[in-house]
Design a protein around this ligand. Structure first.
Ligand code: TYD
Length: 209
């Protein structure tokens, strides 16, 4: 068994909740899992995460930002993700290389080709088997997040138009690789979203076994 599942979506799309529900159900089914997240997931990654999300770091340049996200990613892949996959675990990762294409590429208007190259270098070519995109209007997502958390980081402060562009970017990425991407309407109730994800993941597991 080798199954690497990533979750993507805008702020407030419910990624964290859905990852937890999926993880609980996989564990209840007796399957070994590992849950991690970007940026972060390692000591080095968390240090980089603190630089990236600090609201005081307004001068950070797009290329520097891109490389920092990828540095955290490289560390996570080598230290955590690959070893877990080798050990036969199902890996669930909150954000991965597609976040860079969506935010630093579509969001900041950087060319996708070099971003893909840097991403391939950072991941040493490790691609997700399945990417779940929690599709929600950024207005609804940001409202949800504002209502539920005190934390309001640098990325979230970016204006709404940026988040709309990021969402369209994700949908474009999903449309060119429909086999890898599973787009879920995240405006639905939590349980309904979970059921859809569960059926898609279970289908994938049955095909492997
Ligand atoms: P985080 O607090 O983890 O938010 P979320 O719960 O939405 O994942 O912050 C991660 C932020 O970093 C989020 O705004 C998306 C952004 N990001 C990028 O811009 N590029 C990347 O490559 C990654 C992994 C995240």
């Amino acid at each position: 068994m080798h199954l690497f599942i990533t979750f993507e979506g805008p702020e407030g799309s419910g990624k964290t909740t859905q990852i937890r529900l999926l993880a609980d159900r996989l564990v209840a089914s007796g399957l070994p899992i590992l849950v991690t997240r970007e940026p972060g997931g390692t000591r080095i990654g968390n240090a980089i995460r603190a630089i990236l999300l600090d609201a005081a770091h307004t001068e950070i340049m797009p290329r520097a930002e891109t490389l920092l996200f990828n540095a955290a990613r490289a560390q996570l892949v080598d230290e955590v993700i690959r070893p877990a996959l080798t050990a036969g675990k199902i890996v669930l990762c909150d954000r991965y290389a597609d976040s860079t294409l969506a935010y630093q590429g579509f969001g900041h208007g950087q060319d996708l080709a070099p971003l893909r190259q840097v991403g391939n270098f950072a991941t040493a070519g490790l691609r997700p088997d399945l990417t779940i995109f929690l599709n929600i209007d950024p207005t609804a997502g940001l409202e949800r997040k504002r209502a539920t958390t005190e934390e309001w980081n640098r990325m979230e402060e970016k204006k709404l138009a940026f988040h709309q562009t990021v969402r369209q970017g994700y949908l474009q990425l999903a449309s060119v690789e429909p086999d890898r991407w599973f787009v879920v309407d995240a405006a639905q109730a939590i349980d309904e979203v979970h059921e859809m994800i569960w059926h898609r993941v279970w289908d994938q597991i049955s095909r492997i076994e």
